[in-house]
Each structure stands twice: as C-alpha cells, then as structure tokens.
Ligand binder design. Structure first.
Ligand SMILES: [Zn+2]
Ligand SMILES: [Zn+2]
Length: 337
C-alpha cells in the first residue's frame, strides 16, 4: 500500500514524510482492516514531526481516519465488511486500570495514540481493534467526517470540561479546525449563549471565518471582550492566550487548554489578576471512546459542516507546511481517492 512515512524528527519545512510502498498491515482476531478514504490533518502531527510529542519511528501519522471495513478478524462482532468507520486519537487503552474503569481511559498509563504509538491514516490501509472504531453518520461525506474525529471530538470534550451552559459567555482563543466546529456545537446546544473569538491577527482568515460562523464578537489575543468570559477554551499552540484568557475570565470561570504542547512559555501569572476569585485552569488530555460516540450523533443532528481544504496523500508535507503557517482556514484533509 502507499503510505506517507515519518522516519526521523525534523522541521516540517524539510518535508520529512516520504511516500513509500509498504505492506498492508496484518490484523488479529479482534481487529478490522480499514481501506482508508480520507484522513484529517491535525496540529498534533506538527508536534510529532518536530519532536514536541514523541511518536514511534518510523510511523504513519494521522488520527482522523475515515474508511470502509475491508476485512475483519474472526471474533469481530461490531462491524461487517464495507461498513463505513472512523478512527480517532485513541487507538487503545488497557481496559483494566482505575482510569479505564471510570471512563477516563484518556488518562490510562497504557493509552496508545493513533498515528503516534500505532500506525495511522496517512496511508491506504490501517488496522485497529473493533472496540476503537465508530460508525460514521450518513449525513457526512468521508472528507467532512474526517475532522470530526479529532478536531470535533476533542473540541467537544473541551467544551464539556469547560462547564459551558446555556446563557453563559464562551471565549475561544484560536479559531482553527477545532474551534470552528466547537462554535457550531455551542450555537446548537446553547442557543442563548454568546461566543467571543480571539485570533492572532485582526481580519485574518480565521477572524473572517469566525464572523461568518456567527461569533458574537471577534478580536485578537490581548483584547478585552465586551463582557467577561464564564468559560474559555484555548486551542492555540502558544503561551500568551493562557494568561489573557485568565485575565478576561469572570469570577468562578474556567479556562480549558486544549493542546498537547505549548511551543512558547506561559507568561508569569499575577495571582490577584489571573487566579483569585475561584478561577480555574484545566487541560484536555487525549480523548475517550465515549466522547467520540456522544459527539458524532450531535454533529449529525446539527449537522456540522466542517470547512474542508482537500489534499492528495502525497501532498501531506505541503499540507502540513501550510497548516504550520496558517495558510488555509478550516480543516485540512488528505483524500485517498
Ligand atoms: Zn488531532
Ligand atoms: Zn487503563
């Protein structure tokens, strides 16, 4: 099969993924072999390529996978040949530890990530246990469904953790693949709420997209919004929005940081200004199967329309460079057809 393979940590600009012909992966009794049709491109892949998040090497990246079941292991019961399935960041977890038993499998010591600890979707085929694949609602095309598997599902997890309720004010720092889905979920689940969006540059592509998607106010990181934020979600790869979001939080408000690594330091916080009055900070780590299973039907009801930028599998390097430099808006997707 064709695959884009990462063999060494490097700067994305060096185009380190190489198109290779590799064997179709073997599968066990509980596994399904998926013929991949689309795989979303995620900011986490930049972290893996550049070594801020360590993948196994060599690795086939990609954790927003959509495809059809091509073959099944002898004890598979959840799926049949030709079923359309998705695979998310969670590739497996131990199933036995106290985190797994309490639906916090995202925190399992033995958590394995798709396209990081196991080969993922930048390829024509992949293998996963049937327990870590999901039926994909019919309303979505393959390309539309791909970014829902991470940007959407993790955004949904972040939203749940933020304590958001109808009538509250939500601040979104950064408006990329995840936030542009979160805003659609918020407008659907919490129709009387306001969403304030903070981007990097005034009137950039993200700002325009946020306005077109119904943001109630759009500014840049550093601005003070018209009202204090009850909840905030930071999806940026840099440190400053953490301090800024805390400054703008209402008393008792909560900031959720939805990113694996920060590329720059979080500036020093002033206790009185940034934390006093019961302000909270929480990070989002990974994802559970429950998040994906809850999110996909909500996404179908809305129905969410991800803004897609389509690339061919062999264009993955160029797509990642564009993602790093903010050269397209919405969600990038590799299309295998
Ligand atoms: Zn991701
Ligand atoms: Zn576990």
């Amino acid at each position: 099969m064709k695959a884009m393979v990462l063999k060494r940590i490097a700067s994305v600009e060096e185009k380190p993924l190489s198109l290779e012909d590799v064997p179709i992966p073997k599968f066990g009794q509980k596994d399904i072999l998926i013929k991949i049709s689309a795989c979303g491109i995620c900011h986490t892949e930049l972290d893996e390529i550049e070594g801020r998040k360590k993948p196994k090497l060599p690795v086939i990246l990609g954790h927003e996978v959509i495809g059809r079941v091509e073959k099944i292991g002898s004890s598979v019961t959840r799926f049949n040949i030709n079923d359309r399935v998705g695979v998310a960041w969670i590739y497996s977890a131990c199933g036995k530890c106290r985190f797994c038993l309490n639906d916090n499998e995202n925190l399992c010591n033995d958590f394995k990530a798709t396209g990081c600890d196991a080969d993922g979707g930048y390829a024509e085929y992949m293998v996963v246990s049937e327990d870590f694949a999901y039926p994909v609602p019919d309303v979505f095309s393959d390309e539309e469904a791909a970014p829902l598997m991470c940007a959407g599902a993790i955004g949904y997890r972040a939203l749940k953790l933020s304590g958001m309720e109808n009538g509250k004010v939500l601040g979104l720092y950064g408006f990329g693949a995840s936030a542009h889905i979160v805003i659609q979920v918020v407008k659907y689940l919490y129709p009387d709420s306001q969403v304030f969006v903070f981007t990097k540059k005034r009137n950039d592509e993200s700002s325009k997209l946020a306005k077109s998607m119904g943001a109630d106010w759009v500014g840049i990181t550093g601005d003070s919004p018209p009202e204090k934020l009850d909840c905030a979600i930071d999806t940026t790869p840099v440190g400053t929005p953490v301090k800024e979001a805390l400054r703008n939080l209402e008393r008792g408000g909560r900031l959720v940081i939805n990113t694996i690594r920060k590329e720059t330091e979080i500036p020093a916080l002033d206790y009185t200004e940034h934390l006093w009055n019961e302000k909270e900070i929480k990070s989002v780590a990974n994802i559970t199967r429950g998040d994906v299973e809850e999110f996909l039907p909500i996404a179908a009801d809305i129905p969410i329309k991800p803004e897609i930028k389509r690339f061919k599998l062999e264009e993955a390097n160029e797509a990642l460079i564009m993602l790093k430099h903010g050269k397209y808006r919405g969600a990038g997707v590799l299309s295998m057809e």
